[in-house]
Ligand binder design. Structure first.
Ligand code: SAM
Length: 267
C-alpha cells in the first residue's frame, strides 16, 4: 500500500505503527505502511522468526475454529479479529456449517474498512468497530444482538490480542465478563505471547517501547485466564503443539515457543 494514499479522514494514523498493520506485515499482507514495516524490522532483530510466528497463529486459529465447529459451535465472537487474510474465522466456520454466525470486533480503522468490504455479501457475519475492553457495549451492540443468540453456545475468541491489553486494563475481568454472558456449552479460545525465552523478554521490551503494547505473560498467567473453565487437551501449549494436523518438531525453536494457546469449555 502506498503511504501517499489520503487516509486523513479515515482515522488511520500513518505516523505510528498499529497492531493490526504490523501483524499484516508479518503475514506478508499489503495493508501496511513504512512505519509498520520499520517496527517489524526492529522485532526481527530479536526474533528473526517473527513471520513464522504469525503463520503459527493463523494456523491454530483455523484448527481451533474447525475444532469448535466439530463440537457443534455455530456462533463465534472473534475479539481483536485483525485485517482480513486467508482462512478468516467466518470462512472456516461457514465451511464447516454454512449457518454459522460470526461477529468480528476490532478497533483499528483499517480493519473496519477492509472487513466491511469483505463481508458485504454475507448476512451471517458482521464487523463491530469497537474496543473489546468494553464487554457491556460489545454485548449490547445491535450486530451481536442480531447474530448471536446468547442462550446457545458461543465460541469466544481472543486470539493474538490479550497480550495487547495492559494489566491495568484488567484483562482477566474482561475475559470473565464475556464468559459470564455466554451459556454453559460455550468455549474460550486464547492465544498469547509467552515469556518463554530470553528472546521473548527482549521482544517484549521492543513491543512496549515501539508499539506501546505487547505483554509477554508467563504460562501460569495465561492459564489463569481459563480459571473456572475446563482447559481441554492438550492444555495451554506452544502453538504448533495444539492439536497438530501434521508432524511436530521434537525440539521447538524460539519462534515456535513465542506464543501459547488453548481452548477451554464452560460447563
Ligand atoms: N485475531 C487475529 C489473529 O490472531 O490472526 C488478529 C490478531 S492481531 C495481532 C490483534 C488485533 O487486535 C488487531 O487487529 C488489533 O487492531 C486488535 N486489537 C488490539 N487491541 C484491541 C482492542 N482493545 N479492542 C479491539 N481490538 C483490538
Amino acid at each position: 500500500m502506498t503511504d501517499k494514499r489520503d487516509e486523513r479522514n479515515s482515522g488511520i494514523d500513518t505516523t505510528r505503527p498499529s497492531i493490526a498493520r504490523a501483524y499484516d506485515v508479518v503475514l506478508n499482507g499489503k495493508d501496511n505502511f513504512e512505519v509498520d514495516r520499520a517496527f517489524v524490522a526492529e522485532i526481527v532483530k530479536v526474533v528473526p522468526e517473527i513471520y513464522d510466528v504469525a503463520t503459527y497463529n493463523r494456523e491454530i486459529l483455523g484448527r481451533g475454529v474447525r475444532f469448535l465447529a466439530e463440537q457443534g459451535v455455530t456462533q463465534f465472537i472473534d475479539l481483536g479479529s485483525g485485517l482480513p487474510t486467508v482462512e478468516n474465522t467466518h470462512q472456516v466456520a461457514q465451511g464447516a456449517n454454512p449457518e454459522s454466525r460470526v461477529v468480528y470486533v476490532d478497533n483499528d480503522p483499517m480493519v473496519l474498512a477492509h472487513g466491511r468490504a469483505l463481508l458485504a455479501a454475507n448476512d451471517r457475519t458482521a464487523v463491530v468497530p469497537s474496543d473489546l475492553r468494553d464487554p457491556a457495549a460489545i454485548l449490547a451492540d445491535p450486530a451481536v444482538k442480531r447474530l448471536i443468540d446468547l442462550d446457545r453456545p458461543v465460541g469466544v475468541m481472543l486470539v493474538g490480542v490479550l497480550h495487547h491489553l495492559h494489566d491495568d486494563d484488567d484483562p482477566r475481568g474482561i475475559v470473565e465478563a464475556y464468559m459470564a454472558a455466554v451459556p454453559s456449552g460455550s468455549y474460550l479460545f486464547i492465544t498469547h505471547f509467552c515469556a518463554s525465552t530470553q528472546e521473548s523478554r527482549d521482544a517484549e521490551e521492543k513491543y512496549l517501547a515501539l508499539l506501546g503494547t505487547g505483554r509477554f505473560r508467563t504460562p501460569e498467567e495465561i492459564t489463569a485466564f481459563f480459571d473456572g473453565f475446563e482447559l481441554l487437551e492438550p492444555g495451554l501449549v506452544p502453538l504448533p503443539l495444539w492439536r497438530p494436523e501434521g508432524p511436530v518438531p521434537s525440539k521447538l525453536t524460539v519462534g515456535q515457543q513465542l506464543m501459547y494457546g488453548g481452548i477451554a469449555y464452560k460447563h
